[in-house]
Design a protein around this ligand. Sequence first.
Ligand code: AMP
Length: 428
Amino acid sequence: MKVLVIGSGGREHALVWKLAQSAAVEQVLCAPGNPGIAQEPKAVCVPANTTDADEVARLATDHKIELIVVGPETPLVAGLADELTRRGLLVAGPSQKAARLEGSKIFAKQFMRRHGIPTADFVACGDLPTARQNLNRWSGPVVIKADGLAAGKGVIVAANREEAERVLEPILAGRLVGESGRRVVLEQRLEGEEVSLLALTDSKTVLPLAPAQDHKRVWDDDRGPNTGGMGAYCDDSILSGETARRILDEIVRPTVDGLRAEGILYCGVLYCGLMITANGPQVIEYNVRFGDPEAQAVLFRLETDLAKLLAAVARGELHNEALTWKPGASVCIVASSEGYPGTYPVGRPIEGLERAEGGGAKVFHAGTAMKDGRVVTAGGRVLGITAHGPDLASATRAAYESASQIHFEGMHYRRDIGRKGLTRSRPL
Ligand code: AMP
């Protein structure tokens, strides 16, 4: 089988790496890919404008691609999966209608309300007076969310009413996150611990992946601004059996069933960003694709053939599949450029990449480029250093040992990835 992966980040590197391990896969094309992906066995990177469905379809037809896996949300929200499916291609990734779960926070919240899926109480607002009127709706702090895609920058967890007030005018005027912010969701702030639960679904069968925890803030102890994600770990013992069951019964299955009841078939990866509150799990957000860096940690533990799984997702045959996992835990540490998530320099040479993989760890490339035959930095999040171990403590040690082998000027990574899991006295 020949597979085409769309995207160029750490998530796509992990997808290509895992897909290439399948005996059934002879080649993995990645558009546009990155220098780390280009080094994977069976992998070939090809330049392409991945928002242009005609171009992607031509690429797929020219290379006799049998399965297309779409990594990022933007092409899904723009309808890439629909266009490719219409041309007779097999795609693992939801339709434009289904992708509204991520593309519009207002759609997602109203959908959850319609189907009784637990989430924070909210109100949707499109103008300043309405938004101001609703700021006192709840006694505690309020969260303001841009309706549209905002590359992780569209959520403001306001500490108090004054901060919320300060944000409302610029976001609604389109100055904070552009057009995405002209409508917003105001919602009640939830208290608890966050967990990412991803599931594969063909709209009938739901196969939950092992749970993971992301680290959104740039500095240790969850301080500093939000980022795309500074690291993640995957460990079954994050969740108790009871909480895992509730997530499936109260959130994941009702989401897939609710969409189907509305005539929307979801075929792909459904990512549920959850807050585990005193009243049980609640949805913070949906994503319509693998998370980054959760994908790196989760796929590192997956033993099942990913190509077979994603082809079953696309064909609507997931009922024939089951998942097996490496026991233990995996950890992905993101190494970022100095200044990220603000502005950052690029073009800095990266040393120690081979050495870092010596002990069985894997370095997934996210923002790298080739310059004069050397791998250099080319993005905010540069690398995802990933390791597995028989338990979380050993996986964490292995990932940090690997990270210590790598150097580039201004390299930053959090020193506390996995700490919440190591210090938690019992599962959530
Ligand atoms: P989102 O993009 O919706 O996942 O939001 C980004 C981050 O904001 C989440 O990972 C949470 O840390 C935080 N957040 C979002 N909504 C809430 C909420 N209702 N209560 C508390 N924190 C939230």
